[in-house]
Write a protein that binds this ligand. Structure first.
Ligand SMILES: [Zn+2]
Ligand SMILES: [Zn+2]
Length: 346
């Protein structure tokens, strides 16, 4: 089969690869759609301590079951499925509590094992046993389905944040994740979503996703605007999807007393950010972080997609053939659209 391997930093090679025979507890998927995640771009640029090269990366996978190990009875050939990213060990303290996304082993598709930028991907036994493999509705496309992984992370964030109908929520960043937050918040009945975003095309996307107000922080006073839009109180909650220390500090000022701040984006190449912790204490704030998603959120994400609760096609702005994966990464990195998807069977 053909796959695209990361052979060195910033080097993707389209190459032929022979798959070893399937073990009794493994599944072979034909990959129909694979999304490019922000983490894929980070791995492409800087490498990752969990990955030894060469490696086929990619974890936002939707495909079709084409071969089953001899001991697998839960699936049939031809099943259309989408995957979670994590490979929980099943035995550690987190896995025992159904929090496989915090598994002490830290294994994920496309990290310690080959991922989805390929015609086929073999799902290891541990993944088949403990990971999330969800069948999708006949009416769901593979492109929509591959959004289940990033959207599960969004739902996991919302689960922790617990916004209420009638709230005003500020979202920093209107990339694919930011726009998923905006659309999901509106669908959940949040009264006002205010988006802070520098790039003009992404501000436009934020409006299309359902944002009520968009602020360009380079030309407007963000604090003043948010205060004005919230009758002087500040926002009920804030979601930060942009990797920015300044946004993290600003969020503590924009949020109302007793409000909540969700940090969803890691800070690149920086181990610590100075925060005004007095804001957290005197305003009695709840500052939380989420990363990845438990299987329950992935199951939920597939329901949202199958039932068409959001226009999931909206989040996909570019698609590419497998040979064009390097170009797809370039496009994703340029931030000119939202989600870039590779379709290896086209
Ligand atoms: Zn992802
Ligand atoms: Zn574990």
């Amino acid at each position: 089969m053909y796959g695209v391997a990361l052979t060195d930093k910033q080097t993707l090679e389209y190459q032929q690869k022979t798959l070893p025979p399937l073990e009794h507890n493994e599944i072979l998927l034909k990959v129909h759609a694979i999304g490019i995640c922000g983490s894929d771009l980070r791995i492409f640029q800087h490498g990752d301590s969990r990955i030894s090269l060469p490696r086929i990366i990619g974890h936002e996978i939707a495909g079709e079951v084409v071969e089953l190990g001899s001991s697998i009875s839960r699936f049939d050939i031809g099943d259309r499925v989408t995957l979670g990213a994590h490979i929980p060990c099943g035995v550690c303290v987190y896995c025992q509590k159904n929090q496989g996304h915090h598994c002490v082993k830290g294994h994920s598709m496309g990290y310690q094992v080959d991922g989805g930028f390929a015609e086929y991907v073999a799902l290891p036994g541990t993944f088949v046993e403990n990971g999330s493999i969800q069948k999708i509705a006949a009416t769901t496309s593979y492109e929509q389905a591959c959004l289940s992984e990033p959207f599960s992370c969004v739902l996991s964030g919302l689960q922790e944040l617990q916004p209420e109908p009638g709230d005003t929520v500020v979202v920093y960043g209107a990339g694919a994740i930011g726009c998923m937050y905006i659309a999901a918040l509106k669908r959940m009945g949040v009264a006002k979503v205010i988006v802070i975003q520098r790039s003009a095309p992404r501000r436009q996307k934020a409006i299309e996703a359902g944002a009520d107000i968009v602020i360009n922080p380079t030309s407007a006073d963000t604090l003043q605007q948010v205060i004005k839009e919230t009758n002087g109180q500040g926002a009920d909650s804030i979601i930060i999807t942009a990797p920015s220390p300044d946004a993290q500090n600003e969020a503590l000022r924009l949020v109302k007393t007793t409000g909540s701040v969700l940090i969803f984006a890691g800070i690149k190449n920086q181990s610590s950010v100075p925060l005004n912790t007095n804001q957290i204490m005197y305003k009695q704030l709840r500052v939380i972080g989420t990363h990845g998603a438990p299987r329950a959120s992935h199951v939920e994400a597939v329901k949202w997609i199958d039932q068409g609760l959001l226009d999931f096609d909206f989040f996909i702005t570019h698609s590419f053939q497998l040979e064009e994966t390097a170009k797809a990464f370039q496009t994703a990195d340029s931030k000119e659209g939202l989600k870039c998807v590779v379709k290896p069977q086209e």
